[in-house]
Design a protein around this ligand. Structure first.
Ligand code: GLU
Ligand code: MG
Length: 462
């Protein structure tokens, strides 16, 4: 507290992810921080069951249990001053159910912890993850139906930086503020469509990657608000532009507990990893097919096999499925390729310690904890089953005669998740039941709602 006070901090913001992956928080005055650490902060458990419109969705343990508490304890190891909000430092909170003292059943961060722990103990592998997120920046458009328009309409500005398509230097400002947030931001550029940006985060252990992606999304939205703008990670916010992806770079390192876990991996001088320190790649195998170890090929095959269910987590909104399509750079089919951006899983060309998969399935709306937990679970199942992937895509993809289609809608993906007993066993049936109840309510509300499209399409002629 003395150090914080000396740094001019008088408020600590304690944040944690809800089911959607958006930030829930409380601002705690510095002199109340010790009490918050000792006793935790009380929130209503229905925070996990609250829709973006504020409805409390009927999820077991919420309304039916009389809207009980959850307890959020600041994790001071994650404390960092907010570069855009003088006097405020933020940290993540750990969420427990006060009735049991155990993690709250819906806590996405704890779900990911459990899946990572299984990778350690059951496979002897340490997952390494690099998140890659895109977003659109919007400006107020008073009088328009949406209230927001794209910040810039320049076309052809993919892979640019500077004033050409960012006249107000949003990217530079965001990069510098994010650097000071200490979440491993490495760089950024303008993305394909006007007003669309991509900012990259370094790779790390999977929990830190999820924490940093979660904090990144919240920070970008705050920085945009400071500019009087809206940053949206919505999957496909505009009809005349592509969507925003949440690509995930994934590899495993050997923990050293099971010397046979990757028999064809390169023997390297690097020591085995511990859960906290890097070790030898479990994916690199120069003499194996594609230079990929069995572990890598099995993980790849596992993700392909469980994709329809994984989509429920990677593509969690009704809008998510409008991002998929041929010729989009977003996927459309369940396929993989070697350094091929038209495939759902791209294996980038680096080998050695950089051997990894790039899962291009997820869109930017995905809850980082759930996307990563689901992907690890699918990879684990593939490794356990010893599954081999089909031949890689050659050339330009999007040929539905060659590979199966992704689920076409959120209801289809939710049904696939429910039916995938392998994946739901790893994620835990209570969590999956809560998630399905929450998301099916979203589907039901949409199905009752008359959209602008319907009026435009039908009202005049019919
Ligand atoms: N915006 C594309 C997507 O939705 C990805 C573009 C890229 O290759 O970075 O996934
Ligand atoms: Mg991109």
């Amino acid at each position: 507290m003395e150090r914080l006070a000396a740094d001019g901090i008088d408020v600590v913001r304690v944040t944690y992810p809800d089911l959607m992956g958006t930030e829930r928080a409380r601002d705690v005055l510095l002199d109340r921080l010790p009490a918050a650490v000792e006793h935790g902060l009380a929130f209503c458990r229905a925070v996990y069951h609250t829709s973006p419109q504020g409805d409390t969705v009927e999820v077991p343990g919420g309304l039916d249990a009389g809207l009980p508490d959850i307890c959020v304890r600041p994790d001071l190891d994650t404390l960092v001053a907010l570069p855009w909000e003088p006097g405020v430092a933020a940290c993540l909170g750990d969420v427990t159910d006060p009735a049991t003292g155990a993690p709250a059943p819906e806590s996405p961060r704890d779900l990911l912890r459990q899946v990572i722990d299984r990778c350690h103990t059951q496979l002897g592998l340490r997952p390494v993850v690099g998140p890659e997120l895109e977003y659109f920046l919007c400006e107020p458009a008073p009088g328009s139906a949406r209230g927001w328009r794209r910040y810039d309409e320049t076309t052809g500005a993919v892979y640019t930086a500077g004033l050409r398509a960012d006249g107000d230097n949003h990217l530079l400002r965001a990069l510098r503020l994010l650097r000071d947030l200490d979440i491993g931001v490495s760089g950024g550029n303008h993305e394909y469509d006007g007003g669309q940006f991509e900012i990259n985060l370094t790779h790390s252990d999977a929990l830190s990657a999820a924490d940093r992606a979660f904090r990144f999304k919240a920070a970008v939205k705050e920085v945009a608000r400071k500019e009087g703008r809206l940053a949206t990670f919505m999957a496909k916010p505009f009809n005349d532009a592509g969507g925003s992806g949440f690509h995930l770079h994934l590899s495993f390192e050997t923990l050293g507990t099971d010397p046979d876990a990757t028999p064809d991996a390169t023997p390297e001088a690097a020591p085995h990893a511990t859960p906290d320190s890097p070790g030898a790649s479990a994916f690199d195998a120069p003499s194996a097919p594609y230079g990929l170890s069995r572990t890598a090929r099995h993980a790849l095959a596992g993700i392909l096999a469980h994709t329809p269910a994984l989509a429920a987590l990677a593509n969690p909104t009704l809008n998510s499925y409008k991002r998929f399509g041929p010729d989009t750079l977003a996927p459309w089919l369940i396929d993989w390729g070697l350094d091929n951006r038209s495939a759902m899983i791209r294996v980038p060309p680096e080998r050695g310690a950089g051997t990894r998969l790039e899962l291009r399935l997820g869109d930017a709306t995905a809850n980082p904890y759930l996307l990563i937990a689901g992907t690890l679970a699918a990879a684990m199942l593939g490794i356990r089953a010893g599954a081999e992937p089909p031949a890689p895509l050659e050339g330009y993809g999007y040929d539905s005669a060659r590979s199966a289609l992704l689920p076409a809608s959120l209801p289809a993906a939710l049904d696939a998740l429910e039916a995938d007993t392998g994946l739901t066993d790893v994620l835990g049936k209570p969590f999956v039941a809560s998630y399905l109840a929450y998301k099916r309510d979203e589907v039901a509300r949409f199905q009752r709602y008359v959209t602008d499209w319907e009026f435009t399409e039908y009202a005049y002629h019919l």
